[in-house]
Design a protein around this ligand. Structure first.
Ligand code: 13P
Ligand code: SF4
Length: 368
Protein backbone atom coordinates (compact mmCIF):
# COMPACT_ATOMS: atom_id res chain seq x y z
CA UNK A 1 0.00 0.00 0.00
CA UNK A 2 1.17 3.64 -0.45
CA UNK A 3 2.71 5.25 2.63
CA UNK A 4 0.04 6.87 4.83
CA UNK A 5 1.77 10.19 5.59
CA UNK A 6 5.16 11.79 5.27
CA UNK A 7 6.67 14.35 7.63
CA UNK A 8 9.78 16.54 7.63
CA UNK A 9 11.35 19.20 9.86
CA UNK A 10 9.09 21.94 8.36
CA UNK A 11 6.02 20.17 9.75
CA UNK A 12 7.03 20.90 13.33
CA UNK A 13 7.23 24.47 14.59
CA UNK A 14 9.41 23.40 17.48
CA UNK A 15 11.83 21.40 15.39
CA UNK A 16 15.44 22.25 16.12
CA UNK A 17 18.07 21.25 13.59
CA UNK A 18 21.22 19.82 15.03
CA UNK A 19 24.23 18.30 13.38
CA UNK A 20 23.72 14.55 13.07
CA UNK A 21 27.23 13.76 14.12
CA UNK A 22 28.01 13.26 17.74
CA UNK A 23 30.91 15.37 18.89
CA UNK A 24 34.08 13.51 18.10
CA UNK A 25 36.88 13.79 20.58
CA UNK A 26 40.40 12.62 20.46
CA UNK A 27 41.10 10.56 23.53
CA UNK A 28 43.41 12.16 26.00
CA UNK A 29 46.99 11.12 25.73
CA UNK A 30 46.78 9.94 22.11
CA UNK A 31 49.68 12.15 21.17
CA UNK A 32 51.89 10.24 23.61
CA UNK A 33 50.90 6.98 22.00
CA UNK A 34 51.51 8.10 18.41
CA UNK A 35 53.85 5.77 16.54
CA UNK A 36 56.58 6.84 14.11
CA UNK A 37 55.51 7.01 10.46
CA UNK A 38 56.84 3.96 8.56
CA UNK A 39 58.66 4.20 5.26
CA UNK A 40 56.18 4.15 2.37
CA UNK A 41 58.67 3.32 -0.37
CA UNK A 42 57.92 0.81 -3.10
CA UNK A 43 60.69 -1.77 -2.68
CA UNK A 44 61.17 -5.37 -3.86
CA UNK A 45 60.30 -6.46 -0.31
CA UNK A 46 56.99 -4.55 -0.40
CA UNK A 47 56.25 -6.01 -3.81
CA UNK A 48 56.83 -9.57 -2.51
CA UNK A 49 54.89 -9.05 0.72
CA UNK A 50 51.83 -7.65 -1.06
CA UNK A 51 51.78 -9.82 -4.20
CA UNK A 52 48.98 -12.04 -2.82
CA UNK A 53 46.88 -8.94 -2.12
CA UNK A 54 47.39 -7.58 -5.61
CA UNK A 55 45.98 -10.85 -6.97
CA UNK A 56 42.68 -9.98 -5.25
CA UNK A 57 42.31 -6.61 -6.98
CA UNK A 58 44.22 -6.91 -10.25
CA UNK A 59 41.03 -6.68 -12.35
CA UNK A 60 40.18 -3.25 -10.90
CA UNK A 61 43.57 -1.72 -9.90
CA UNK A 62 46.21 -1.28 -12.58
CA UNK A 63 49.85 -2.35 -12.19
CA UNK A 64 50.78 1.34 -12.44
CA UNK A 65 48.57 2.28 -9.47
CA UNK A 66 49.60 -0.62 -7.22
CA UNK A 67 53.10 0.67 -6.24
CA UNK A 68 51.40 3.82 -4.94
CA UNK A 69 49.10 1.79 -2.67
CA UNK A 70 51.06 -1.29 -1.66
CA UNK A 71 53.50 0.31 0.84
CA UNK A 72 50.57 1.86 2.78
CA UNK A 73 48.62 -1.41 2.66
CA UNK A 74 51.61 -3.30 4.07
CA UNK A 75 52.11 -0.70 6.81
CA UNK A 76 48.41 -0.80 7.78
CA UNK A 77 48.37 -4.60 8.00
CA UNK A 78 51.46 -4.59 10.22
CA UNK A 79 50.15 -1.82 12.46
CA UNK A 80 46.83 -3.61 13.03
CA UNK A 81 48.68 -6.30 14.98
CA UNK A 82 50.76 -3.77 16.90
CA UNK A 83 47.63 -1.80 17.84
CA UNK A 84 45.39 -4.85 18.53
CA UNK A 85 42.97 -3.38 15.97
CA UNK A 86 40.44 -4.77 13.50
CA UNK A 87 39.17 -2.98 10.42
CA UNK A 88 35.45 -3.11 9.68
CA UNK A 89 34.64 -2.04 6.11
CA UNK A 90 31.32 -1.39 4.42
CA UNK A 91 30.66 -2.77 0.91
CA UNK A 92 31.03 0.79 -0.49
CA UNK A 93 34.68 1.12 0.49
CA UNK A 94 37.17 1.22 -2.37
CA UNK A 95 38.76 -2.11 -3.45
CA UNK A 96 42.21 -1.41 -1.96
CA UNK A 97 40.53 -0.95 1.44
CA UNK A 98 37.83 -3.59 1.05
CA UNK A 99 40.01 -6.39 -0.34
CA UNK A 100 43.46 -5.53 1.04
CA UNK A 101 43.17 -4.21 4.62
CA UNK A 102 39.65 -5.00 5.90
CA UNK A 103 39.15 -7.84 8.41
CA UNK A 104 35.35 -7.76 8.52
CA UNK A 105 33.29 -6.66 5.54
CA UNK A 106 29.60 -6.38 4.76
CA UNK A 107 26.38 -4.43 4.68
CA UNK A 108 25.13 -2.40 7.63
CA UNK A 109 23.47 -5.40 9.28
CA UNK A 110 26.51 -7.68 8.91
CA UNK A 111 28.81 -4.97 10.28
CA UNK A 112 26.53 -4.38 13.29
CA UNK A 113 26.30 -8.11 14.03
CA UNK A 114 30.04 -8.65 13.59
CA UNK A 115 30.82 -5.62 15.76
CA UNK A 116 29.29 -7.50 18.71
CA UNK A 117 31.86 -10.31 18.27
CA UNK A 118 35.05 -8.26 18.00
CA UNK A 119 37.80 -9.38 20.40
CA UNK A 120 40.40 -6.71 19.57
CA UNK A 121 40.58 -3.62 21.78
CA UNK A 122 40.37 -1.15 18.88
CA UNK A 123 37.93 -0.99 15.96
CA UNK A 124 38.74 1.10 12.89
CA UNK A 125 35.49 1.79 11.06
CA UNK A 126 35.90 2.21 7.32
CA UNK A 127 32.48 3.54 6.46
CA UNK A 128 30.47 6.55 7.57
CA UNK A 129 30.01 8.09 10.98
CA UNK A 130 26.71 6.42 11.90
CA UNK A 131 28.38 3.03 11.33
CA UNK A 132 31.23 3.95 13.68
CA UNK A 133 28.65 5.06 16.22
CA UNK A 134 26.84 1.73 15.90
CA UNK A 135 30.12 -0.07 16.60
CA UNK A 136 30.71 2.15 19.63
CA UNK A 137 27.12 1.64 20.87
CA UNK A 138 27.72 -2.12 20.76
CA UNK A 139 31.26 -1.90 22.16
CA UNK A 140 31.19 0.82 24.82
CA UNK A 141 34.46 -0.35 26.36
CA UNK A 142 36.45 -0.50 23.13
CA UNK A 143 38.21 2.28 21.31
CA UNK A 144 36.35 2.98 18.06
CA UNK A 145 38.16 5.12 15.50
CA UNK A 146 36.93 6.60 12.23
CA UNK A 147 39.69 7.78 9.87
CA UNK A 148 37.70 10.92 8.91
CA UNK A 149 34.90 12.03 11.23
CA UNK A 150 33.42 14.21 8.46
CA UNK A 151 32.17 11.04 6.72
CA UNK A 152 28.47 11.78 7.23
CA UNK A 153 25.29 10.63 5.49
CA UNK A 154 22.40 12.61 3.98
CA UNK A 155 19.93 10.29 5.72
CA UNK A 156 21.54 10.57 9.16
CA UNK A 157 21.69 14.38 8.90
CA UNK A 158 18.00 14.65 7.91
CA UNK A 159 16.61 13.95 11.39
CA UNK A 160 17.40 14.57 15.06
CA UNK A 161 16.35 13.04 18.35
CA UNK A 162 14.17 16.14 18.92
CA UNK A 163 12.33 15.40 15.65
CA UNK A 164 11.57 11.87 16.84
CA UNK A 165 10.14 13.21 20.11
CA UNK A 166 7.87 15.57 18.12
CA UNK A 167 6.70 12.69 15.92
CA UNK A 168 5.84 10.69 19.04
CA UNK A 169 3.81 13.65 20.36
CA UNK A 170 1.92 13.77 17.05
CA UNK A 171 1.31 9.99 16.95
CA UNK A 172 1.07 8.82 20.55
CA UNK A 173 1.47 5.07 20.97
CA UNK A 174 2.67 4.44 17.40
CA UNK A 175 5.96 2.49 17.47
CA UNK A 176 9.01 4.04 15.80
CA UNK A 177 11.49 2.16 13.60
CA UNK A 178 14.77 3.88 12.68
CA UNK A 179 16.95 2.84 9.78
CA UNK A 180 20.49 2.37 11.13
CA UNK A 181 21.49 5.33 8.94
CA UNK A 182 20.75 7.65 11.89
CA UNK A 183 22.73 9.23 14.71
CA UNK A 184 22.99 7.63 18.17
CA UNK A 185 20.76 10.47 19.36
CA UNK A 186 17.95 9.27 17.06
CA UNK A 187 18.52 5.58 17.82
CA UNK A 188 18.12 6.44 21.51
CA UNK A 189 14.59 7.77 20.88
CA UNK A 190 13.14 4.89 18.83
CA UNK A 191 11.76 1.43 19.61
CA UNK A 192 13.91 -0.59 17.25
CA UNK A 193 16.41 -0.16 14.41
CA UNK A 194 16.41 -1.83 11.01
CA UNK A 195 18.68 -2.05 7.98
CA UNK A 196 17.82 -2.45 4.32
CA UNK A 197 18.30 -6.23 4.84
CA UNK A 198 15.53 -6.61 7.39
CA UNK A 199 13.28 -3.51 7.19
CA UNK A 200 10.06 -5.37 6.29
CA UNK A 201 10.66 -8.09 8.91
CA UNK A 202 11.39 -5.50 11.62
CA UNK A 203 8.24 -3.49 10.84
CA UNK A 204 6.08 -6.62 10.86
CA UNK A 205 7.68 -7.91 14.08
CA UNK A 206 6.01 -5.06 15.96
CA UNK A 207 2.51 -6.45 15.26
CA UNK A 208 1.15 -2.90 15.08
CA UNK A 209 -1.40 -1.55 12.56
CA UNK A 210 0.76 1.56 11.99
CA UNK A 211 4.47 2.27 12.35
CA UNK A 212 6.56 5.45 12.09
CA UNK A 213 9.45 4.56 9.80
CA UNK A 214 12.37 6.99 9.48
CA UNK A 215 14.27 8.70 7.95
CA UNK A 216 14.38 7.24 4.41
CA UNK A 217 11.18 8.02 2.50
CA UNK A 218 12.13 5.60 -0.29
CA UNK A 219 12.92 2.67 1.98
CA UNK A 220 9.63 3.53 3.73
CA UNK A 221 7.81 3.28 0.38
CA UNK A 222 9.54 -0.02 -0.32
CA UNK A 223 8.43 -1.37 3.08
CA UNK A 224 4.88 -0.07 2.56
CA UNK A 225 4.66 -1.81 -0.80
CA UNK A 226 5.74 -5.11 0.78
CA UNK A 227 3.58 -5.01 3.90
CA UNK A 228 0.04 -4.28 5.08
CA UNK A 229 1.28 -2.16 7.98
CA UNK A 230 0.36 1.55 7.66
CA UNK A 231 3.64 3.48 7.30
CA UNK A 232 4.17 7.05 8.48
CA UNK A 233 7.43 8.21 6.90
CA UNK A 234 10.04 10.97 7.16
CA UNK A 235 11.30 13.09 4.23
CA UNK A 236 14.92 11.94 4.25
CA UNK A 237 16.70 10.47 1.22
CA UNK A 238 20.06 9.01 0.30
CA UNK A 239 21.79 11.52 -1.96
CA UNK A 240 23.41 8.68 -3.92
CA UNK A 241 20.38 6.48 -4.61
CA UNK A 242 17.81 9.23 -5.17
CA UNK A 243 19.74 10.34 -8.26
CA UNK A 244 18.87 7.18 -10.22
CA UNK A 245 15.78 7.39 -12.46
CA UNK A 246 13.43 4.88 -14.05
CA UNK A 247 14.24 6.39 -17.48
CA UNK A 248 17.91 5.63 -16.98
CA UNK A 249 17.11 1.99 -16.22
CA UNK A 250 14.75 1.70 -19.20
CA UNK A 251 17.56 2.99 -21.44
CA UNK A 252 19.86 0.20 -20.20
CA UNK A 253 17.20 -2.39 -20.94
CA UNK A 254 16.45 -0.97 -24.39
CA UNK A 255 20.15 -1.06 -25.23
CA UNK A 256 20.37 -4.72 -24.13
CA UNK A 257 17.10 -6.56 -23.34
CA UNK A 258 19.06 -9.46 -21.82
CA UNK A 259 20.53 -7.27 -19.08
CA UNK A 260 19.61 -7.96 -15.44
CA UNK A 261 19.10 -4.89 -13.24
CA UNK A 262 19.60 -5.04 -9.49
CA UNK A 263 18.86 -2.07 -7.23
CA UNK A 264 19.11 -0.95 -3.62
CA UNK A 265 15.82 -0.14 -1.80
CA UNK A 266 17.04 3.40 -1.04
CA UNK A 267 16.17 4.14 -4.72
CA UNK A 268 12.88 5.88 -5.68
CA UNK A 269 9.91 3.63 -6.57
CA UNK A 270 10.10 4.25 -10.35
CA UNK A 271 13.65 2.85 -10.24
CA UNK A 272 12.68 -0.21 -8.20
CA UNK A 273 9.76 -0.83 -10.57
CA UNK A 274 12.29 -1.37 -13.39
CA UNK A 275 14.63 -3.61 -11.37
CA UNK A 276 14.72 -7.41 -11.61
CA UNK A 277 15.93 -7.68 -8.02
CA UNK A 278 15.91 -5.32 -5.03
CA UNK A 279 18.01 -5.88 -1.93
CA UNK A 280 20.56 -4.57 0.55
CA UNK A 281 24.17 -4.37 -0.58
CA UNK A 282 24.86 -7.87 0.84
CA UNK A 283 21.77 -9.29 -0.84
CA UNK A 284 22.84 -7.69 -4.14
CA UNK A 285 26.31 -9.23 -3.87
CA UNK A 286 24.83 -12.66 -3.14
CA UNK A 287 22.51 -12.26 -6.11
CA UNK A 288 25.50 -11.57 -8.39
CA UNK A 289 27.39 -14.57 -6.98
CA UNK A 290 24.43 -16.80 -7.78
CA UNK A 291 23.69 -15.34 -11.25
CA UNK A 292 27.21 -14.62 -12.39
CA UNK A 293 26.84 -15.60 -16.03
CA UNK A 294 24.63 -12.62 -16.75
CA UNK A 295 25.31 -9.04 -17.69
CA UNK A 296 24.29 -6.99 -14.68
CA UNK A 297 23.45 -3.34 -14.13
CA UNK A 298 24.16 -2.49 -10.51
CA UNK A 299 22.08 0.43 -9.22
CA UNK A 300 23.98 1.49 -6.13
CA UNK A 301 27.25 3.12 -5.08
CA UNK A 302 30.13 2.68 -7.57
CA UNK A 303 32.78 1.08 -5.39
CA UNK A 304 30.57 -1.92 -4.69
CA UNK A 305 30.63 -2.78 -8.39
CA UNK A 306 34.45 -2.59 -8.28
CA UNK A 307 34.55 -4.87 -5.24
CA UNK A 308 32.30 -7.44 -6.89
CA UNK A 309 34.28 -7.20 -10.13
CA UNK A 310 37.51 -7.85 -8.19
CA UNK A 311 35.96 -11.01 -6.72
CA UNK A 312 34.23 -12.15 -9.94
CA UNK A 313 36.29 -10.77 -12.85
CA UNK A 314 34.27 -12.71 -15.46
CA UNK A 315 30.97 -11.06 -14.59
CA UNK A 316 30.13 -8.14 -16.81
CA UNK A 317 28.90 -5.31 -14.60
CA UNK A 318 27.44 -2.15 -16.07
CA UNK A 319 27.86 0.58 -13.48
CA UNK A 320 26.03 3.84 -13.60
CA UNK A 321 28.53 5.60 -11.38
CA UNK A 322 27.07 7.38 -8.35
CA UNK A 323 29.75 7.83 -5.71
CA UNK A 324 28.98 8.47 -2.05
CA UNK A 325 31.20 11.46 -1.17
CA UNK A 326 31.04 10.51 2.51
CA UNK A 327 32.22 6.93 2.04
CA UNK A 328 35.04 8.26 -0.16
CA UNK A 329 36.43 10.34 2.70
CA UNK A 330 38.00 7.12 3.99
CA UNK A 331 41.35 6.46 2.31
CA UNK A 332 44.40 4.27 2.86
CA UNK A 333 46.29 7.41 3.97
CA UNK A 334 43.85 8.32 6.74
CA UNK A 335 43.46 4.68 7.89
CA UNK A 336 47.23 4.64 8.36
CA UNK A 337 47.02 7.94 10.26
CA UNK A 338 44.29 6.49 12.49
CA UNK A 339 46.49 3.55 13.40
CA UNK A 340 49.52 5.76 14.03
CA UNK A 341 47.78 8.45 16.07
CA UNK A 342 44.69 6.57 17.39
CA UNK A 343 42.43 9.27 15.99
CA UNK A 344 39.58 10.12 15.49
CA UNK A 345 37.92 8.48 18.45
CA UNK A 346 34.14 8.18 18.45
CA UNK A 347 32.49 9.04 21.75
CA UNK A 348 28.81 8.91 22.69
CA UNK A 349 27.24 10.11 25.94
CA UNK A 350 26.82 6.89 27.98
CA UNK A 351 23.06 7.44 28.73
CA UNK A 352 22.41 8.04 25.01
CA UNK A 353 24.51 5.01 24.07
CA UNK A 354 22.63 2.83 26.59
CA UNK A 355 19.25 3.79 25.12
CA UNK A 356 20.48 3.46 21.52
CA UNK A 357 21.92 -0.01 22.33
CA UNK A 358 18.46 -1.27 23.23
CA UNK A 359 17.17 -0.31 19.75
CA UNK A 360 20.12 -1.87 17.91
CA UNK A 361 20.18 -5.04 20.04
CA UNK A 362 16.44 -5.51 19.65
CA UNK A 363 17.04 -5.62 15.89
CA UNK A 364 20.03 -7.98 16.14
CA UNK A 365 18.19 -10.34 18.47
CA UNK A 366 15.24 -10.39 16.09
CA UNK A 367 17.51 -11.63 13.32
CA UNK A 368 18.92 -14.44 15.40
P1 13P B 1 23.32 -1.57 3.29
O1 13P B 1 24.76 -1.89 3.06
O2 13P B 1 22.89 -1.95 4.64
O3 13P B 1 22.46 -2.13 2.20
O4 13P B 1 23.17 0.03 3.24
C1 13P B 1 23.52 0.80 2.18
C2 13P B 1 23.97 2.14 2.56
O5 13P B 1 23.66 3.11 1.93
C3 13P B 1 24.84 2.30 3.69
O6 13P B 1 25.21 3.57 3.80
FE1 SF4 C 1 24.31 7.74 3.36
FE2 SF4 C 1 23.62 7.19 0.87
FE3 SF4 C 1 26.18 7.52 1.43
FE4 SF4 C 1 24.88 5.34 2.32
S1 SF4 C 1 25.30 5.89 0.22
S2 SF4 C 1 26.26 6.65 3.49
S3 SF4 C 1 22.85 6.19 2.71
S4 SF4 C 1 24.58 9.10 1.60
Amino acid sequence: MPIAAIYGPDDFEKSVRQPSRAPVQTSSGTRQTALPRPSLEWTPEVERATAHLYERVRSVITAVEWPLMAPTIKAINELKTQRDAVILAHNYQTPEIFHCVADIKGDSLQLAVEATKVKASTIIQCGVHFMAETSKILNPDKRVLIPDSRAGCSLASSITGADVRLLRERFPGVPVVAYVNTSADVKAEVDICCTSSNAVAVVESLNAPAVIFLPDQYLAKYVASNSDVKIIAWKGACEVHERFTGNELRAYREADPSVQIIAHPECPPDVLAEADFTGSTAHMINWVRQNQKQRIVMITECSMADNVKAELPDVEIVRPCNLCPHMKRITLANILDSLLTLREEVTIDPPVADKARRSVERMINLKN
